[in-house]
Design a protein around this ligand. Structure first.
Ligand SMILES: CC(C)(COP(=O)(O)OP(=O)(O)OC[C@H]1O[C@@H](n2cnc3c(N)ncnc32)[C@H](O)[C@@H]1OP(=O)(O)O)[C@@H](O)C(=O)NCCC(=O)NCCS
Length: 184
């Protein structure tokens, strides 16, 4: 897949590749237990943040399925969160959207705005046919973002995994390219 333009502008935000100088901004939210509550990850140390930033800055295109393109979401030059597009299948043109934001910037629609830009990237730039998203069923803010974008809840997976020590349900949401075209 071709590399996207380096900078994506939305109404209020700029999405761009991560830079090593984003360390303080990213560590500010990745270190928080509440941010990791429904993520597979645990709070990052500063060193882990640095290691992950190095991985994210090294990838600014999708060349093989299985890869993720993580973009820094910035507001007035500050990284307030991240949004990513994972390429799930070349043959079936499938992708997955994800997002993590600094709690100081929750509740203002920034995550929805950034995720909408990722859908546009996936459908318009990469020509994907379907983009899915999955979250722990108790992660209400996460699936509310999916619904705000017009994604459909396709599955409620009951107790399909032990997540951080307890049985957890998961919701799968998705949107097809033709559905995306009707939401614009
Ligand atoms: C998931 C997550 C990104 C959602 O963040 P969020 O702040 O709730 O989402 P948004 O930025 O889209 O904000 C939506 C809220 O802002 C409100 N809002 C205010 N102004 C708005 C605007 N201009 N546009 C849209 N919504 C707006 C909405 O009403 C909504 O509030 P509500 O859910 O009470 O109705 C956040 O909870 C998070 O980072 N969690 C930790 C990481 C995580 O779990 N990620 C998902 C893994 S699956």
């Amino acid at each position: 897949m071709a590399r996207p333009d380096r900078t994506i502008r939305t109404e209020r935000l700029v999405l761009r590749p991560f830079e090593t100088t984003d360390l303080d901004d990213v560590f500010a939210y990745r270190r928080l237990p509440e941010v990791n509550r429904y993520l597979y990850s645990e709070p990052y140390t500063r060193e882990q943040t640095e290691e992950n930033l190095a991985k994210w800055t090294a990838r600014d295109q999708l060349t093989e399925e299985g890869q993720s393109l993580a973009l820094a979401v910035t507001l007035n030059g500050q990284v307030i969160g991240e949004a990513d597009l994972k390429w799930l299948s070349r043959e079936h043109r499938q992708g997955e959207v994800g997002y993590i934001f600094n709690p100081a910037f929750h509740g203002r629609g920034y995550a929805s705005e950034a995720a909408r830009a990722i859908l546009a990237l996936g459908f318009d730039h990469f020509g994907l046919h379907r983009i899915r998203a999955e979250c722990e069923a108790r992660n209400v803010p996460s699936w509310r973002v999916m619904e705000r974008l017009g994604m459909r809840r396709e599955a409620h997976l009951r107790e399909f995994q032990i997540f951080k020590g307890e049985w957890a349900d998961s919701y799968v949401y998705a949107m097809l390219a033709r559905e995306y075209r009707t939401t614009r």
